[in-house]
Write a protein that binds this ligand. Structure first.
Ligand code: ATP
Length: 445
């Protein structure tokens, strides 16, 4: 289904992200490097929160799931075995006139007549495969250089360490190996902000199971993926499952469900859930000559099958931003705010002295701020402009609570806590602040 494109919304989000320190163009002062984006101070907090939530939800809460942090650089034989050297390519066409390149399978999306260049109307040459892997030459001595690649997916880190995890942790089937880390793809046409980039973080696990049990585990993780979508604050109604047809599936997959999201630029992939069979372990066993079989309690040796839930961090950040973006009116004035869940909000609470130039308010506010920051690190101090302006600034970065220290505070140790979504204020004892905010973070998860 085609959804209505909302370029204006996308522009507002990109501009807010830049203006408020969430996301900057990579290497911007040198004109920017296409397909790279840098997280600014607030984006870094937001993405750390998302990664932490993911790690807790999918790794630490499951006793059979194990963490991993493997290298970005992996030698050519890994990619030969996995099939990426041959199969990880996009069909590409080049315009004979302006020499611009386009993904053949995306042309219909960007132009009405896919036989002509959308930029200059020129004719296309023959379709060619274009590898997405980034090659790297390792070592400095000629003749002893190693051909390596920046990993195109993080899954291969899990497969090449399968035996190490088996030998050290002695897990029983079914079990998972998970990691969060960078992947690199030489995309022909990076675009749509964080959606299609050349360097991105993935959060992913390989869940190893007996072949006959793959469907059961596929269903289990499919349900947990929906729970995650709620947990992180992605609008459920804007998320849709798509059963990927055989011709569109990756070379290793026997079944794939894409979780698609209604981005302002259209409905596109957010996450993937794939049944990778025993393809990868089998190929690595053939190529490395290392026995990668699992031995069960009866002494039977076999290669387990794999279910892979895969989550792009950048696409998550984008979907969370789109889901949280709100415009409303308070007291006749328009406001923009990000309705982040408290658990993902980069700043949980901001502390203000009612007036900047009253030393007794400053001292008290600093004290409250310092104490609170010890218990909840993502706290900000702000004394710029008037309180109304500070509320607007905090609303725009999605801070759920603003705490104001006023003259009454000096008398009775109470403060005003203002709620981002309702703009309502309540009076709370300073000693209650920490449990109050912590409870909100927990219950709104
Ligand atoms: P697409 O069809 O959009 O190119 P894909 O099917 O190649 O994606 P997978 O190989 O399934 O993607 O990658 C797993 C996840 O990694 C995706 O669900 C997505 O969240 C993320 N991802 C893939 N490619 C990119 C990219 N170029 N930029 C940002 N995130 C990406």
């Amino acid at each position: 289904m085609e959804i209505e494109k909302d370029n204006e919304l996308m522009e507002k989000i990109v501009s807010l992200a830049k203006r408020r320190g969430f996301v900057f163009q990579g290497s911007e002062i040198y004109g920017g490097l296409a397909g790279t984006w840098d997280y600014g101070p607030l984006g870094a907090e937001l993405s750390h929160n998302i990664k932490d939530l993911w790690w807790d939800f999918f790794v630490r809460k499951h006793e059979e799931n194990y963490g991993l942090a493997s290298s970005v650089l992996m030698p050519e034989p890994v990619w030969e075995a996995s099939g990426h050297l041959e199969g990880f390519a996009d069909p590409m066409v080049e315009c004979e006139k302006c020499k611009r390149r386009f993904r053949a399978d995306h042309l219909e999306e960007v132009t009405e007549d896919s036989s002509k260049c959308p930029e200059c109307g020129g004719a296309f040459g023959e379709e060619k495969a274009f590898s997405q892997l980034f090659p790297v030459e390792m070592g400095s001595v000629e003749g002893s250089k190693v051909n390596a690649y920046l990993r195109g997916e993080i899954a291969q880190g899990m497969f090449v360490n399968f035996k190490n995890v088996l030998d050290t942790m002695r897990p029983k089937l079914p079990f998972g190996i998970a990691q969060i880390g960078k992947a690199f793809r030489n995309e022909i046409a990076p675009r749509e902000f964080l959606f299609r980039v050349r360097e991105f973080d993935l959060m992913e696990f390989e869940y190893f199971t007996r072949e006959e049990e793959w469907e059961e585990h596929f269903e289990k993780w499919r349900k947990e993926m929906w729970e995650w979508i709620d947990l992180v604050g992605i609008t459920r109604d804007s998320t849709h499952e798509l059963e990927v047809s055989e011709k569109d599936r990756a070379h290793y997959s026997k079944r794939t469900i894409d979780f698609e999201f209604d981005y302002p630029f259209g409905r596109k992939e957010l996450y993937g859930l794939a049944y990778r069979t025993d393809h990868d372990l089998k190929k690595h066993m053939e190529h490395s000559k290392v026995d990668l079989r699992y031995t069960d309690d009866e002494g039977e040796r076999f290669i387990p099958h794999v279910i892979e839930p895969s989550f792009g961090l950048g696409r998550t950040v984008l979907a969370v931003l789109v889901s949280a973006y709100r415009e409303d009116e308070i007291g006749g004035e328009k406001r923009v705010y990000l309705a982040f869940k408290p658990s993902v909000a980069p700043i949980k609470a901001a502390v203000f002295p009612l007036m900047k130039n009253k030393p007794e308010l400053q001292t008290k506010a600093r004290e409250v701020y310092k104490d609170l920051k010890k218990a909840i690190p993502q706290i900000m101090f702000d004394d710029n402009g008037n309180v109304g302006k500070r509320y607007r600034r905090q609303d725009e970065i999605g801070t759920p609570f603003c705490i104001t220290i006023d003259f009454d505070t000096l008398e009775d140790d109470t403060v005003t806590v203002r709620n981002r979504d309702t703009a309502e204020q309540e009076r709370i004892q300073i000693s209650e602040l920490e449990p109050y905010i912590k409870e909100q973070i927990e219950t709104k998860k």
